[in-house]
Design a protein around this ligand. Structure first.
Ligand code: FMN
Length: 314
């Protein structure tokens, strides 16, 4: 099978999930280098794109070496969606529309996960994007609003009809947030009823999970979110298992520290919106699952400057 979304060929079946507050340019680049076939921006509000003060395009710091990149839009306003598409078109390889965000404010604005209650309204956001770009357009949904309204099978049909090139399905309802287990069986059922690629999402923390998700659901791609935080090396280990059937050894302390250093280097070099606390948080995420990791985290907690961060992990 060719790993394609629209006309974009991916060199792996693994995709970095869009994550607000996590997917900095530095992190996205590290994920690509470690083998993610596609990286995603955090969700970008369509209104932000047109607002001059928000500077969102500059802050996203699109990099040549991270391509292909999927630009995720959230919102509910057709006109803003059109303008955002036109303004971001030169940066995006793929546009993705967020129909799953459970954030209170987002839901209050009838955006993101709100659409899981009203899948018939998804057209409002899909059509202006498709009509104003030649790039592939994808949608990211949850399996429904709550346990009583699990409508993923209806939603994927609507989205296919609207002309999207792929659908990412997080196997939880909006009301679930991150609790419980992702329902992979519904991802499998969705895959059976549409002809476009399905991107499975939810609970891939280890290489075995990625393989199991692909085997069990027959999804075309597996999307990884939380498992990659402080651990972009997970992409490499998942790819290895998918390609060879064998597990690489657990990620070593040395590899974690090497990647944390790279993260800081990239952050300093590329991030247009540098924040000390953000970079410290990200570096702390790398310091886990090895002997002495908590000592590193304690020291990092007390660091106050970029050079201090570097000294601690040298
Ligand atoms: C910190 C954080 C930020 C997130 N931000 C977004 C976002 O901007 N857009 C989106 O569609 N999903 C967002 N998500 C959801 C993830 O993309 C993904 O669907 C979810 O984490 C389930 O995948 P996982 O089990 O691999 O983490 C976010 C998740 C986390 C943990």
């Amino acid at each position: 099978m060719e790993n394609k979304i629209g006309n974009i060929k991916l060199d792996s079946r693994l995709i970095l999930a869009p994550m607000a507050g996590v997917n900095t340019a530095a992190f996205r680049l590290l994920c690509r280098e470690n083998g993610a076939g596609l990286v995603s921006t955090p969700m970008i509000h369509v209104r932000q794109v047109t607002s001059l003060e928000s500077n969102i395009i500059e802050r996203t710091a699109f990099l040549k070496d991270e391509k292909p990149i999927s630009v995720q839009l959230v919102g509910a306003d057709t006109d803003y969606a059109k303008q955002a598409t036109l303004l971001l078109d030169e940066y995006a390889d793929i546009f993705d529309i967020n129909f799953g965000c459970p954030d209170k404010d987002v839901l209050g604005n009838k955006e993101g996960g709100f659409f899981s209650k009203h899948p018939e309204q998804m057209k409002k956001m899909i059509s202006p994007v498709i009509s104003n770009t030649n790039k592939p357009v994808t949608a990211k949904i949850r399996i429904g609003w709550d346990e009583k309204t699990v409508n993923v099978l209806e939603s994927v049909k609507i989205l296919q009809e609207l002309g999207v090139d792929a659908i990412a399905i997080h196997g939880r309802t909006v009301k679930q947030g991150y609790s419980g287990k992702a329902n992979w069986d519904l991802i499998k059922q969705a895959k059976e009823i549409v002809d476009i690629p399905i991107i499975g999402n939810g609970d891939v923390f280890k290489p075995g999970n990625a393989k199991a998700m692909i085997d069990q659901t027959k999804c075309d791609f597996a999307m990884i979110g939380r498992g990659s935080m402080g651990n972009p090396m997970l992409f490499k280990r998942c790819n290895h298992l998918l390609e060879t059937g064998e597990n690489l050894p657990e990620t070593s302390k040395e590899e974690r520290i090497e990647n944390a250093k790279k993260f800081l280097d990239y952050y300093e070099k590329y991030e247009n919106n540098r924040s000390f606390t953000e970079s410290r948080q990200q570096v702390m995420w790398f310091m886990k699952e090895f002997d002495g990791a908590s000592e590193y985290r304690k020291k990092l907690m007390n660091a106050k400057t970029f050079p201090e961060l570097k000294d601690i992990i040298l």
